[in-house]
Design a protein around this ligand. Structure first.
Ligand SMILES: Nc1ncnc2c1ncn2[C@@H]1O[C@H](COP(=O)(O)OP(=O)(O)OP(=O)(O)O)[C@@H](O)[C@H]1O
Length: 258
């Protein structure tokens, strides 16, 4: 048996399309209930629904142990694709299959602003399925990893008193405390300072070594180079290239320079 035969797929996207429906985008008046009812019964499309076709038929297979960078221009569909892999957005056509429950770690991940950092660590860990005993054992190392206490006892202060970088670091630290089958990271690494970035990149490498699959959306070519050996380049909702990091980055750079 060759090494290629042993590769275990963790995410399969098969011609996946994601379409956002924006209701009330015409800015017109509210429709009367009778008109809406007639529309539902006759199955006609509402006049004021607009669609944004953000991902237009994307196919790839991701394997255990891979770290895959997602790059592309603003609005090319990177975050949308991650959200679809996480199961947070439905695919309109095609399919996405994922092993286990992929966890999306974004700078917008929901933590409670009015609760202190340490309470958020507890709640975040419980939400990821840890037992109270595991949470207790891991809490301090998560706070230490995030570095939020480097300049005083911030862990006991509400998260609204944190800078955006501190919040992002805590979110990353909570999510990275667990071994994920598929970890999806949306720009989170770019928000921390250089020291934290190094630490989080090292953790991404560990997560890979523990045989998970990591997807990283980033505009920082350095982060992508340091963490990923494979890159998928999206442009206008389509895959322009999928391959070894250096090859795809080279192609992307010459596209950006044009
Ligand atoms: N909630 C939404 N409702 C409607 N359209 C959306 C929504 N979120 C994103 N879009 C649209 O989907 C397309 C892809 O957006 P997406 O955020 O996935 O791009 P991105 O590649 O992550 O961009 P960036 O690099 O700027 O973060 C864009 O045209 C955007 O306007």
């Amino acid at each position: 048996m060759t090494a290629a035969d042993e590769r275990v797929p963790t995410v399969i996207a098969d011609n996946a399309h994601v379409i956002y429906k924006i209701h009330g985008s015409a800015g017109g008046q509210q429709q009367s209930p009778l008109v809406s009812f007639k529309r539902i019964v006759t199955r006609t499309k509402a006049a004021n629904v607009r669609e944004v076709h953000a991902v237009k038929g994307v196919s790839f297979v991701a394997y255990k142990g891979e770290a895959i960078g997602l790059i592309g221009s603003n609005g090319s569909g990177k975050s949308t694709l991650l959200r679809a892999v996480a199961g947070l957005l439905p695919v309109a056509r095609g399919a996405i299959y994922a092993a286990g429950q992929p966890s999306l770690l974004g700078v917008n991940a929901a933590l409670m602003n009015d609760l202190p950092g340490d309470r958020n660590v507890e709640l975040g860990c419980l939400a990821m399925g840890m037992t109270p005993a595991e949470v207790k054992a891991k809490k301090q190392s998560i706070i230490d990893f995030s570095g939020i206490n480097d300049r005083g006892d911030f862990a006991s202060l509400p998260m609204r008193t944190y800078s955006s970088g501190m919040g992002a670091r805590l979110r990353f630290s909570i999510a990275a405390a667990k071994q994920h089958d598929v970890l999806l990271i949306d720009e989170a690494l770019a928000t921390g300072d250089a020291k934290f970035r190094k630490r989080s990149e090292a953790r991404v490498r560990e997560l890979r070594a523990e045989a998970g699959t990591v997807f990283l959306v980033s505009h920082s070519e350095q982060s992508i180079r340091d963490t990923c050996e494979r890159v998928i380049w999206l442009e206008s909702g389509l895959i322009r290239a999928d391959g070894a990091t250096e090859d795809v980055l080279k192609e992307y750079e010459s596209f950006v320079r044009k």
